[in-house]
Design a protein around this ligand. Structure first.
Ligand code: TRP
Length: 329
């Protein structure tokens, strides 16, 4: 049996080239080596207020984007988290073995709660729900970005605590940081990782940005006071543009240096823009094909749910039995 991989994305904001190069593209590459489950975590999204209509359409958009980017729904399950009731159910069961201090220490919780006037309980529980997403499928491997490493450690701590209280129940999931994943920074501020929740118009290139918008954003990207590309002295902005080009082109370091050294920024940016535009084009075309069939995305999510729900129910049942909760025979 193939090992199981699971990852999740929140259906908020616009998926961008940083998400693609850092995560989605490596999922596409590895999906067939695993039994793969990709989860659209709508229950996580509502830990901060989401406009309901927008949330609904983002779930469908994200599903279509997964497929357009190359996730093969015949092989990999694409699941809307809320359609599998076991996630929320297991989250409660795990909450009961999780010390609140572990949750208050999470850096993402601290950062997110600072920005809120009233801190929803869901924000604190967020990592327990994430642990449930992973443990409910007994996932062996969880490909996530560096920023999720702490949540993964917490997942293992919760699993370990459960196992030691109630007996071996959960598989220990490994964090998988894909070697090929590029870390893409904001175009307007190359010190910050490109983020879905950053509102600035020049910050991120969304996967569905039309070519004209992509070109404009790249031409306006922050560089430095040099006039031309110098690999020895380049600042974070130029380096980021080089990272983007290299990730899409798969060029070697040597090829990059030979081609770009001494090139003026205006010309370099044009080439980066064309690389991004031509790389996005097939994905965008597929996206529009997929979404032109109104029932297609719903069918994918229904199939995903059918496929994983039995696994989820059987884990929840096992956990209930271990904890002594009433389960019908
Ligand atoms: N917290 C993750 C993020 O913001 C999303 C997520 C939720 C997730 N559940 C998951 C990622 C399970 C991996 C596995 O990126």
């Amino acid at each position: 049996m193939k090992p199981r991989v699971l990852s999740g994305v929140q259906p908020t904001g616009n998926l961008h080239i940083g998400n693609y190069l850092g995560a989605l593209r490596s999922w596409v590459k590895i999906q067939h080596d695993y039994e793969s489950i990709f989860c659209i975590v709508d229950l996580h999204a509502i830990t901060v207020y989401q406009q309901p209509e927008e949330l609904r359409s983002k779930i469908l958009e994200l599903t279509a984007l997964f497929v357009a980017a190359g996730i093969d729904p015949k092989h990999s399950a694409i699941v809307a988290q809320s359609t599998v009731p076991g996630h929320a159910e297991l989250a409660w069961l795990l909450t009961c073995v999780t010390p609140v201090g572990w949750l208050q220490r999470m850096t993402q919780y601290k950062a997110k709660s600072e920005a809120q006037e009233t801190i929803g309980d869901g924000l604190l529980q967020y990592p327990v729900l994430m642990a449930a997403d992973i443990l409910i499928y007994q996932a062996n491997c969880v490909p996530v970005g560096e920023d999720q490493r702490q949540h993964l450690e917490l997942t293992r701590d919760i699993a370990q605590r459960f196992n030691s209280l109630y007996g071996e129940t959960f598989v220990m999931p490994e964090t998988y940081l894909p070697a090929v994943g590029a870390r893409v920074m904001g175009l307007d501020d190359p010190e910050k990782k490109m983020s879905k929740s950053e509102p600035g118009a020049g910050h991120a290139i969304a996967l569905l940005d039309p070519p004209g918008v992509i070109r404009k954003k790249i031409m306006r990207a922050t560089t430095d006071s040099n006039p031309a590309v110098d690999f020895e002295t380049m600042g974070a902005g130029v380096k980021n543009l080089m990272t983007i080009f290299q990730a899409f082109s798969d060029w070697t370091d040597d090829q990059m240096v030979k081609h770009f050294s001494g090139m003026r920024y205006g010309d370099m940016k044009k080439q980066v823009a064309e690389m991004v535009v031509s790389s996005m084009e097939p994905m965008q075309k597929r996206y529009h094909e997929i979404t032109s069939d109104p029932g297609y995305v719903d069918r994918i999510l229904a199939e995903g749910r059918e496929r994983v729900n039995p696994i989820a129910s059987s884990t929840v049942n096992l956990v209930k039995q271990r904890m002594g909760i009433y389960t019908s025979a």
